[in-house]
Write a protein that binds this ligand. Sequence first.
Ligand SMILES: Cc1cc2nc3c(=O)[nH]c(=O)nc-3n(C[C@H](O)[C@H](O)[C@H](O)COP(=O)(O)OP(=O)(O)OC[C@H]3O[C@@H](n4cnc5c(N)ncnc54)[C@H](O)[C@@H]3O)c2cc1C
Length: 353
Amino acid sequence: MQPFNHDYLLIGQGLAGTLLAHFLEKAGKSVFVIGQQNEHAASSVAAGIINPITGRRYVKSWQVDRLIPFARDTYRELEQQFHISIYHQRNILRALFNAKEENDWLARSGEEDYGSYMLDRADLDGYAGKIERAFGYGEVQYSAQVDIGLLVQAFRSYLENKGAYREEPFDHAQLKVREQGVAYKGIKAGAIVFCEGRWAKENPFFNYLPFHGDKGEVLIVRIPDAAFEKILKQQIFIVPLQNGLYWIGSNYVKNPEDDEPTEAGAEYLRSQLERILKTPFEAVEHRAAIRPTVKDRRPFLGRHPEFPELALFNGLGTKGASLGPYWAKHMADHLVNNVTLEEAVDIKRFVKK
Ligand SMILES: Cc1cc2nc3c(=O)[nH]c(=O)nc-3n(C[C@H](O)[C@H](O)[C@H](O)COP(=O)(O)OP(=O)(O)OC[C@H]3O[C@@H](n4cnc5c(N)ncnc54)[C@H](O)[C@@H]3O)c2cc1C
């Protein structure tokens, strides 16, 4: 007789928990999720930008050639499953502030491997007269914006409807680790996977890992005279959302004391936006969250070194929208089929002392 009610118990249902649950179910496994909705969860504050070309040197993000197509296919599949629209293909207009930046952009876009992602001539149609022009612009394609918040909500309703979700703070002290399984307040599962985002720092089983956590603040604004369709990166990001709203962000605060929005953060974003826009805007929301960043900026996947029934899926950092799908599938393959984890993401790279 099957001794467990569920194959996997997942803790936390942000993007990480959602995607892992999705792939475990696709592999034919049953999941039960315990989560606590939190307005400061990264997944409900993020813009969800997928950007293949990043940094001052315009380099391809780690593994984009395989991550982006996989992410797109996963989000499209979830759109169909839940009848929602979450994956918005949008080019990114990248402001270039001087001749050197423009030259560097042109040189990079001419490189083999980069041409498909970078356009040397940007099309600013729709922005004319609405923004202060920078020195020049490059344009990125195969970029996108994912409505992570909507995906998480839709997946939660789905779990609730089939009685596979419980809304409560998980209390680690009450977890019982048994031979070949775990038990928690009447729930029995073959294994537990923690998907707690930046709260994993407080997880007594995995807090030996080098979690960081960088805070970011965002404004949601209305720009009545604009109908921008691309993502603009001009110091800050201006990202079109639904209903005439735009996501404006973000700053990076290392070692934050808390996850609350601050007046200084709002003022920074407002003043940046005033410098860029030639048309009025109205802020409708101001939010903050801590990104689940980690020491070497690679996801954290794996089982606990002493208790293999305990596992972790975390470290999606600043790039959950692009990293999440591929590594959630990899984690599910590891859990279900014992597929060896890639070294770069395996938590074995950090030794528990
Ligand atoms: C300002 C900002 C901008 C960002 N922009 C982008 C972007 O443009 N593109 C991109 O790809 N990424 C972006 N990110 C990063 C992205 O948000 C994250 O990579 C991703 O959402 C992390 O998902 P997660 O599920 O690991 O964490 P979270 O979303 O934080 O989810 C963790 C969940 O676990 C729950 N939880 C934790 N502990 C417990 C417990 N004990 N009991 C019950 N529940 C618990 C929490 O309440 C939460 O719901 C941004 C992040 C921020 C903050």
